[in-house]
Design a protein around this ligand. Structure first.
Ligand code: PSU
Ligand code: MN
Length: 304
């Protein structure tokens, strides 16, 4: 393990970065707070395998006993997948976990921060956090959006989770100057469904085009990241109106139960898995795999 910039890189990730070979960052909140056991562990392993099959090195990011790890060994991944007391870390508390020797998983925002520090430019996740429904009263806007505006990492996702207010999420990203690129689609996807009903602001059809766009942004010193929205594969997609019934119930329960802050997104995801009889989970796994494949293709194009 090599230590640099307060990061602990696995040997494999350290060597790949030193050699200029393609690396894809992966988040860990999806493992600790986004999916039930044992599907969370199986998915984390599968996603790493998909990145490798597409010619890149996976770098799953987490804080373990205060150490910022970039690239996790199998035992650590398994420990995170079963542990119940792991912090969910974003920009506000990443350094808190380091200073206090805690273990925490990284959200999209925290994963972007660590990836950029390590020199990793591409990151695959499921869906980003965004502006929540009712944000005009709750003020619940994910720190993921601010991070996209300031940290130079391309984030591949399946759009914004339909539990959010997708229209407000897109408006926020536009205000902050974050490019949102539909991959082979004119519509912005809604995580479990291929279309949100809203247009994707930009469209590109090849991984190499996304790499070229990122290079052009670098050339203009624009800073910040970009969002690549990859619709869930057709075979795994769920109809929007079907998902909406589960979401409406889960959101109502969250409101009634006084769920706030960091707990909102994990609560909603868990309830939707339950209400859907596991169908939402099957879709979630399929879309993460597809995003890992595309992110690896982009990383390969960027390295080439
Ligand atoms: N997408 C998923 N599962 C998840 C998340 C996203 O499919 O668990 C996590 C990500 O880590 C994202 C976080 O950054 O939820 C957003 O949390 P919040 O809304 O509290 O910012
Ligand atoms: Mn929030």
């Amino acid at each position: 393990m090599t230590k640099s910039l307060n990061l602990a890189l696995s040997a494999e990730v350290g060597q790949a970065l030193a050699g200029g070979r393609p690396v894809v960052a992966l988040e860990s909140t999806i493992v600790t707070h986004g999916m039930p056991h044992p599907e969370n562990l199986a998915t984390a392993r599968r996603v790493e395998a998909v990145v490798r099959e597409h010619g890149a090195v996976p770098a799953t990011i987490a804080v373990v006993n205060g150490e910022v790890r970039v690239g996790l060994d199998a035992a650590t991944l398994e420990e995170l997948a079963v542990a119940g007391d792991v912090m969910k870390l974003s920009r506000a508390d990443l350094a808190f976990a380091v200073a206090s020797g805690r273990t925490g998983s990284t959200t999209v925002a925290a994963t972007m921060i660590v990836a950029a520090l390590a020199g990793i430019r591409v990151f695959a996740t499921g869906g980003i956090g965004g502006v929540h429904r009712g944000a005009e009263t709750s003020f619940d806007i994910s720190a993921d959006l601010e991070e996209l505006a300031r940290t130079p990492v391309a984030v591949v996702c399946a759009g914004a989770k339909a539990i959010l207010d997708i229209g407000k999420t897109l408006e926020f990203l536009e205000t902050k100057g974050v490019p949102v690129v539909g991959f082979r689609t004119d519509g912005f996807p809604a995580f479990w469904s291929r279309h949100s009903g809203l247009p994707a602001p930009l469209r590109l059809d090849e991984a190499s085009d996304i790499a070229a766009f990122q290079a052009a942004r670098d050339g203009l010193a624009l800073g910040g990241g970009m969002l690549v929205a990859n619709p869930v594969p057709e075979a795994a997609a769920l109809a929007r109106d079907l998902v909406e019934t589960w979401i409406a119930q889960a959101v109502a329960e969250a409101d009634a139960g006084g769920i706030t802050g960091k707990a909102v997104t994990p609560f909603l995801l868990k309830r939707i898995v339950e209400l859907s009889g596991g169908r939402s989970l099957t879709t979630n796994i399929a879309l993460i795999e597809a995003n890992a494949a595309l992110a690896a293709d982009i990383a390969v194009a960027m390295a080439g």
